[in-house]
Ligand binder design. Structure first.
Ligand code: ADP
Ligand code: MG
Length: 696
């Protein structure tokens, strides 16, 4: 495969330097390797011919068979277009060209039978097709019966590069390279009964039958995934065998005093177990990299704090990084008040920390007097230098995968111990990929006395009834969250409905104080409003999903989610986790339109039936499609994926993981001759590989 990597596509017949430049710009395709990995998104059966009469706008690309009745040029200058009237006996269709008008007109005749291939549309009730591919019936009969449809961009289309161009180039390239070396070791191919690479490439571009195509996809997905898994495992192995870590041997004064004097409750057994696991890790002389998973409210903050105190006891500094300013502030407040009796220096650094305060923080970090720094991404900026950073806690940041964690290495000679906290229950195989180099602990127990949140689905028509229930809770002294969706695409509209919602809530609950917060506010204003609610100066908080993660107000007993039909399941689960944190019965009310799609209703009903984060995560992925989750996760790994899907290819991830384990067990450094090509591919596949020297 390697020499396809070095094959410059500008030398390929039909490409040339200009198009090569465009392909690079538009799709990042530069080598023969990139080109054969530009896979079809779907396939068309060339034997299927539609009639014009049955066409509708929502159809994808189709084939028609018929004759041109007439051609007319309409308009002038830049607006000029060629319109051909095309008939197949069932109806007529306008075929429109905006470019290359003369050449096209010269190449076509009326009365001759053609096969058109294009995307149907309609304009003022008239059926149309623009810039179709045009063939004669005999040439179509000679073609491969199934054709791949390749992703294109507008610029490529304008340059007259079509799906067929890709098909042709790829066929030419594959035909000229009968022996593509297969980088997977033979044992891996045999164990997993994989299709040989060459055959898989042929099959995916020119499928012969559905079963063969399935096997080809499996093979190509497996390829992508085994590199990720091998990379993750190698990182983990190296870390365990080589990389130094601070040895935190001492459980000292600070940890013990905190345990005896500051802890307002007993730890749950799960918390104790996880702390034990962490203590074992940090005592090995190797760097700890551990993921702590625990559902919302399971008490991860405390586990993080106690781990940090362990580091402080051993003369090291620590930092905790949260995804938002609000959450960082809240962590700062909780932690600084909990450790107040210990006399430790704790500080908060965010994007809005004034420069004078920032300088103070830098000084404290440099002279070692600042023990615990809490903040947003601001804490990993290069200007932030610690004297002796011993532990980093990363809270609820799902984009913070292996690629971002690597940055932390630059902070000190001996890498800090890393603890990643997440409440988002991601499916196991996905975690294996994004957090595949981490050891995992699970807090599978909630603190005692929590009552499960009662979740209800209510329609807009029942709003008055819902408000009556809210009044009941307010009179008991409880607090209420009301959450509105805020989605990028129609942000303006959403902001308006949020504002309107806020007004209605204020008028409805006149005797109560209402706080108001959304992501577009200035941080100071946001903090002020959040503060009102956290300190119970406000009874109701109207907000967007900025409160999704981590915010902790145990007295809040009702979470109303407006337009719940617009939220994903995992998001609803996170939001619901904001209530049910105290001893009182709490409620989550999902407000929705009555008329919603059946799948949406199913999603909302599932929320009323279960509070198990893992069930919800799995269902979310199946219902919503993996796109979202995958996009977020992809940024955490240093590999590009063309065909494998982190969210939906769980089974293949597992296969690839097993194969990578077996391979590295038998040849940890991948230096056996039969693994040579695999090692080279692994190095080449990892994006920005040079920057990784620090880790590996
Ligand atoms: P999460 O895991 O969602 O980050 P938090 O750490 O915010 O959860 O904890 C949720 C709430 O539970 C906090 O108010 C915290 O003080 C409380 N808590 C944590 N551990 C315990 C415990 N062992 N017993 C009682 N309450 C606890
Ligand atoms: Mg938390």
């Amino acid at each position: 495969m390697n020499y396809l990597r070095t094959y410059d596509i500008k030398f390929l017949k039909g490409v040339g330097p200009k198009r090569a430049e465009l392909l690079k710009k538009e799709l990042g395709i530069t080598s023969g390797y990139d080109l054969v990995r530009h896979y079809p998104t779907h396939y068309l059966d060339r034997s299927k011919i539609y009639t014009i009469r049955e066409l509708s706008d929502d159809m994808p690309y189709v084939q028609l068979r018929g004759r041109f009745v007439s051609f007319n040029t309409i308009g002038e200058g830049a607006k000029m277009r060629l319109v051909g009237l095309f008939s197949d006996g069932s109806a007529t269709l306008e075929v429109v060209w905006f470019r290359r008008i003369k050449a096209i007109r010269d190449s076509l005749n009326t009365g001759v039978e053609y096969i058109l291939f294009g995307k149907p549309s309609s304009y003022m009730g008239i059926k149309q097709m623009s810039h179709p591919e045009i063939d004669t019936p005999s040439s179509v009969a000679a073609m491969h019966p199934v054709r791949g449809v390749y992703p294109l961009t507008e610029r490529l289309r304008n340059a007259n590069i079509s799906s067929r161009s890709f098909a042709t180039w790829i066929s030419t390239l594959l035909a000229s390279r009968p022996n593509i070396a297969d980088p997977l070791p033979r044992s891996v191919i045999a164990d997993n009964r994989l299709m040989p690479l060459r055959q898989a490439l042929n099959e995916i571009h020119n499928p012969t039958d559905p079963e063969q195509l399935r096997l080809a996809k499996l093979r190509l997905k497996f390829d992508e995934l085994i590199y990720i898994q091998a990379d993750m495992l190698r990182r983990a192995n190296r870390r365990k065998s080589q990389s130094l870590g601070h040895r935190l041997t001492r459980v000292g004064e600070i940890f013990n005093r905190f345990y005896r004097e500051c802890l307002p409750f007993d730890l749950t057994d799960a918390q104790k177990r996880v702390i034990k696991e962490i203590r074992a890790d940090v005592n090995t002389g190797r760097q700890m990299n551990r993921l702590v998973q625990g559902d919302v409210g399971s008490g991860k903050t405390l586990v993080a704090l106690m781990s940090m105190l362990l580091a402080v006891d051993n003369g090291l500094q620590t930092c905790l990084m949260a995804p938002t300013e609000i959450l960082a502030t809240q962590h700062f407040e909780t932690i600084s008040s909990m450790v107040a009796p210990l006399g430790l220096k704790v500080d908060l650094l965010t994007g809005s920390t004034p420069s004078r305060h920032r300088r103070e923080i830098h000084e404290g970090l440099a002279d070692g007097s600042l023990s615990i720094l809490i903040g947003t991404h601001a804490v990993i900026e290069d200007t932030v230098q610690f004297k002796k950073l011993g532990m980093v806690v990363i809270d609820e940041q799902h984009r913070f995968g292996v690629a971002q964690r690597a940055k932390l290495w630059n902070k000190n000679d001996i890498p800090p111990h890393v603890l990643v906290m997440t409440a988002t229950p991601i499916p196991r195989t996905l975690a294996m990929t994004v957090y595949g180099d981490l050891d995992v602990s699970v807090i599978d127990q909630l603190p005692p006395g929590r009552k499960p949140v009662e979740t209800l689905l209510r329609y807009d028509e029942q709003r008055q009834q819902v408000y009556r229930a809210v009044f009941g809770q307010l009179r008991l002294g409880r607090q209420i969250y009301i959450v509105y969706p805020l989605i990028e695409e129609n942000e303006k509209l959403d902001l308006r409905s949020l504002q309107e919602g806020y007004e209605i809530v204020r008028q409805t609950f006149k005797d109560y104080k209402v706080a108001f917060v959304h992501g577009r506010m200035k941080p100071a204003e946001k903090d002020y409003q959040m503060g009102l609610f956290a300190s119970h100066q406000a009874d109701i908080l109207v907000a967007t999903t900025v409160i999704e993660v981590g915010v902790n107000v145990p007295n809040a007993s009702v979470m109303i989610i407006e337009n719940a039909e617009r939220f994903g399941l995992s998001q609803l689960h996170q939001l619901r986790g904001r209530v049910g944190r105290g001893a009182d019965q709490s409620y989550c009310i999902l407000m929705s339109k009555y008329k919603i799609a059946a799948t949406t209703r199913k999603r909302l009903e599932l929320m009323t039936q279960t509070s198990d984060g893992f069930i919800i995560a799995e269902a979310d992925m199946q219902m919503r499609g993996p796109g979202d989750i995958e996009g977020t996760m992809q940024s955490g790994i240093p590999f590009d994926l063309h065909i494998a899907n982190l969210a939906s290819d769980g089974q293949i991830i597992q296969l690839a993981r097993n194969a990578a384990e077996k391979l590295l067990d038998s040849d940890p450094t991948l230096s056996a001759p039969e693994n040579n090509l695999f090692a080279r591919e692994l190095a080449a596949a990892s994006r920005g590989n040079q920057d990784w020297s620090k880790i590996s």
